[in-house]
Design a protein around this ligand. Sequence first.
Ligand SMILES: Cc1cc2nc3c(=O)[nH]c(=O)nc-3n(C[C@H](O)[C@H](O)[C@H](O)COP(=O)(O)O)c2cc1C
Length: 199
Amino acid sequence: MGFLDRLFGKQTKEEETMTTEKLNIGIILGSTREGRVSPQVGEWVKGIADKRGDANYEIVDIADFQLPFLGTTDGTEPGIAAWNEKLANLDGFVFIVQEYNHSITGALKNAIDFAREAWYDKAAGIVSYGSTGGARAAEHLRGILAEQKVADVRTHPTLSLFTDFVDGSEFKPQDLHLNNVNTMLDEVLAWSGALKTIR
Ligand SMILES: Cc1cc2nc3c(=O)[nH]c(=O)nc-3n(C[C@H](O)[C@H](O)[C@H](O)COP(=O)(O)O)c2cc1C
């Protein structure tokens, strides 16, 4: 590309790809227990996200990878490599976070610990639930993500076990959360796109 093209803002092939290719955003289910509600919450977020059509959104279920407990095996389980490969192909994340004893689940912490560079320089949003909207778990997650060089966005939809679920098991979100989810996704996309340029 010549000097004049550069001067008048013509993009290189690489720059063009970066601005036209859709970002890949993983909606990570943080719980793995039998009877968990996280799939319902994840599908709801994905439904809102897919309507926007502005990125490739996919559900990423930690349970599918059958990760062992970190440090208890020789690390050759195929799920460990598959988990890292999956994360490496994502540009950003939406964590579906549930509060367990005022923090995130052991399963999510274990999964976060199982990767390193695959997390770096990416962005994340958090959608949480619990008796107080999962706020305490979400704040713990922010501290953990900082160590993995994941930039967490501010807007944070918080769902209540009392008003967004029937009997704590059937997910019936109030309409008021819709705007928050969309704002959170706006922020995740903006930051995921920006961070892609420094990877
Ligand atoms: C081990 C355990 C600990 C929990 N601790 C809390 C808690 O500290 N605060 C809270 O708001 N809810 C707590 N809960 C309730 C969960 O937030 C609720 O059951 C939620 O549905 C769990 O998410 P899941 O269904 O996706 O597993 C706890 C649930 C479990 C299983």
